[in-house]
Write a new protein. Structure first.
Length: 384
């Protein structure tokens, strides 16, 4: 019977390993069927992304007309640039398993959320060990859940050679904390089977599909992450979020807010410049545009004011270190911690009107440093 529609019930999103052109299994069996997954010593390197709320994908082919005198219509419409494939998705934060799967460097922590050896969250992306990867959207039959569905005949839309171009995370009173990711890619592929299919990656030099490498999608599951203490979390809650700000702009040294924080948004862009050359059909590399700036915006209701002046902020060379900590619901254990180091206060906007509480918006920014830089940028620690 023909399908009438597709809804969220039937879809699951996966991310493959880096590099996108590499093996999607450990070991030598590159076409291991689902029935033998983890029984032959090989391990599936494709991982499910959890708590997905939206997933959008598209491609755009830019063609150049070939015209000549004596003929009104174009002789041909030729592709001179590689197609633009885009993928963006949004998910609820339950722990940091998705961030780890996407290639961000996550530091393991103690119960207080502190990392023993902090490393920039994009250190793996900077050194190319965690940069490009393939993404897969599985669609099961109408009326069936993707979770625990063991059928291998589901449809798969694959996005090949995907590079993350932006990441943002936000939370507000009354809403779950969420994260959003944007990806640029080189190829899109459509299949009707989830086992032993060719990976969607292409050779950037000549644009041909990578031969001899296959993938199989593991069964979708509802549990999140690998950490036993974090896997039982359905979603993190706004009541378990603490935002620590410097005392000079609205928080005491012990972290008690003098601003009643209503929301925050933490974001950074990884803009890419395609590097092309004669003889290559595709850009053979997509390098990050530097500097990479991390932005933190905080909206709050104003209570007690602290002393200080704009002149002192302008004169000082000291950077701030805002920290966002999220605990496991009902416990004191930290699941996620986002530390922005050497951030500068860019703006502070107060608003007041009849009928509303006085509010303030604070905007911070910091630049991400290299993998060895422990004093600048964004550092993420927690449970995966």
């Amino acid at each position: 019977m023909a399908r009438n529609r597709i809804i969220y019930q039937s879809e699951a999103l996966y991310a493959g390993p880096c590099p996108a052109t590499g093996n999607h299994w450990t070991g030598t069996d590159n076409a291991l069927p689902l029935s033998l997954w983890n029984t032959s010593g090989d391990t599936n390197l494709v991982k499910q992304l959890q708590r997905i709320q939206t997933a959008n994908y598209s491609f755009n082919i830019d063609r150049t007309d070939v015209n000549q005198f004596g003929q009104l219509a174009a002789v041909d419409r030729v592709v001179l640039k590689s197609p633009t494939v885009a993928l963006d998705f949004n998910y609820l934060l339950a722990n940091l398993a998705n961030e780890s799967t996407l290639g961000f460097t996550i530091q393991t922590t103690g119960s207080d959320g502190s990392a023993t050896d902090e490393v920039s969250c994009i250190s793996g992306i900077l050194n190319k060990s965690q940069d490009d990867r393939n993404y897969f959207i599985k669609t099961t039959s109408e009326g069936s859940d993707a979770v625990n569905n063991q059928s291998a005949t589901a449809g798969v839309i694959s996005v090949g050679n995907g590079f993350i171009t932006s990441y943002s995370q936000e939370a507000s009173v009354g809403n779950f904390p969420t994260a959003s990711v944007n990806v640029e890619a080189l190829n899109m592929r459509f299949d009707t089977n989830t086992s032993g299919r060719a990976i969607p990656a292409v050779n950037p030099v000549n644009g041909t599909e990578v031969a001899g490498k296959t993938f199989s999608l593991p069964f979708a599951r509802s549990s999140v992450g690998t950490d036993a203490n974090a896997s039982g979390i359905s979603a993190l809650r706004p009541g378990d979020i603490t935002v620590e700000l410097p005392s000079t702009i609205g928080a005491t040294s012990n972290g008690d807010n003098q601003f009643n924080i209503q929301s925050y948004k933490l974001s950074f862009d990884l803009g890419r410049t395609p590097i092309e050359r004669l003889g290559s059909r595709f850009a053979f590399a997509r390098e990050i545009n530097f500097p990479v700036t991390v932005n933190l915006s905080i909206d709050a209701q104003v209570t007690d004011l602290t002393s200080g002046s704009l002149a002192s902020i302008i004169d000082t060379t000291v950077g701030y270190n805002p920290i966002i900590s999220i605990k496991k619901p009902g416990t004191s254990e930290h699941v996620a911690k986002f530390s922005l180091k050497n951030a500068k206060l860019d703006s502070q906007d107060f608003k007041s009107d009849i009928g509303s509480n006085k509010s303030v918006t604070l905007n911070f920014s910091s630049q991400i440093g290299g993998p060895e830089d422990k004093a600048n940028g964004l550092f993420i620690s927690g449970k995966i």
